[in-house]
Design a binder for this molecule. Structure first.
Ligand code: C2E
Ligand code: MG
Ligand code: MG
Ligand code: MG
Length: 292
């Protein structure tokens, strides 16, 4: 049977592979001019404090409006941007744009939300990350305590010496650090503690089935309680239902993010959504003010 289908299947795969290869090549070429052509934009996804139901922060998620034709999601171009090193200038743009948007919202009278920005390991290796962060903060005037940098476990497992040093300096600027996709790597909580991390983001793969899978529920419950013992905050990623939200409440998880609350959206839409949803009255410590 497999043999009979063989020839056609092979041809299908080859054409498919060629199409993908061609697309990858076009994409890589186009990526080089995307920054100067102003083709990047950020979408923002709310992060909900579970106890109050209020939005306390947003995560900035990069989108590429390729040739003004289609909106390309990051999974399709970040690997290429990392290989070419373009992630360094792109990452700088993301930092600046996210900080400026956070200040814009505050000027519009919205609560003072935390803004979380994803970082690539390449930005640590090939860029001057500390300088980029300092510049984004001073250009925007954002209170450093409102900026959260999302790192991956894999970053912390390599290059340890220089990464620790950079993270130490970033922390001394007053920014916060979180571990993205927590649980998918091999690091222990005790190990992470050495990096002065503030928050763990539990990966969606653990969160998805907590309402039905006792093992996943046990894992999430254990992560939350261990994190709290180490004085780390915890946010659950990819929350898609009311059931999951309920379990997270029971497990004493601090925050949640996912389609159940809101999808990532453009900055203006987020401002409108905050007001319309009634989830906007929170924010962090209201007494703190941005520098301008
Ligand atoms: P991430 O940082 O773990 O971001 C969460 C991803 O899950 C986002 O995908 C978000 O849209 C999606 N998501 C949120 N809620 C739900 C949900 O309830 N269900 C499901 N199925 N998905 C949900 P997105 O925007 O496509 O980003 C994918 C990844 O690309 C991010 O994963 C992050 O690793 C990377 N990325 C995004 N923006 C940047 C950036 O500016 N710089 C770097 N270096 N990486 C970025
Ligand atoms: Mg993230
Ligand atoms: Mg994640
Ligand atoms: Mg992810």
């Amino acid at each position: 049977q497999a043999k009979r289908a063989g020839r056609n299947t092979w041809r299908f795969y080859t054409e498919q592979m060629n199409a993908n290869a061609v697309e990858q090549l076009q994409l890589r070429t186009a990526l080089h001019s995307a920054l100067e052509n102003d083709e990047f934009l950020l979408h923002y996804q709310p992060q909900i404090n579970l106890a109050s139901g209020h939005v306390v922060g947003v995560e900035a998620l990069l989108r590429w409006h390729w040739d003004k034709r289609e909106l390309v999601p990051p999974d399709r171009f970040i690997p290429a941007a990392e290989e070419s090193g373009l992630i360094v200038p792109i990452g700088d743009w993301v930092l600046r744009e996210a900080c400026m948007q956070a200040v814009r919202w505050t000027r519009q009278g919205l609560p003072e939300l935390t803004i979380a920005v994803n970082l690539s390991a390449v930005q640590f290796r090939r860029g001057d990350l500390e300088r980029s962060v300092v510049r984004a903060l001073s250009l925007s005037g954002l209170d450093p305590a409102r900026l959260e940098l999302e790192l991956t476990e894999s970053l912390l497992l390599v290059d340890t010496e220089s990464v620790i040093e950079t993270l130490r300096r970033l922390k001394s600027l007053g920014v916060r650090l979180s571990i993205d996709d927590f649980g998918t790597g091999y690091s222990s909580l005790a190990y992470l503690k050495r990096f002065a991390v503030d928050k763990l983001k539990i990966d969606q793969s653990f969160v998805r089935d907590i309402a039905t899978d006792p093992d996943d529920a046990a894992i999430v419950r254990a992560i939350v309680s261990m994190a709290h013992t180490l004085k780390l905050q915890v946010i659950a990623e990819g929350v898609e239902s009311e059931d999951i939200d309920r379990f997270l409440h029971i497990f004493n998880c601090d925050e949640a993010q996912g389609y159940h609350y809101a999808r990532p959206m453009p900055g203006d839409a987020l401002a409108e959504w905050l007001v319309a949803s009634g989830r906007g009255s929170g924010g962090r410590d209201k007494k703190r003010r941005d520098r301008r």
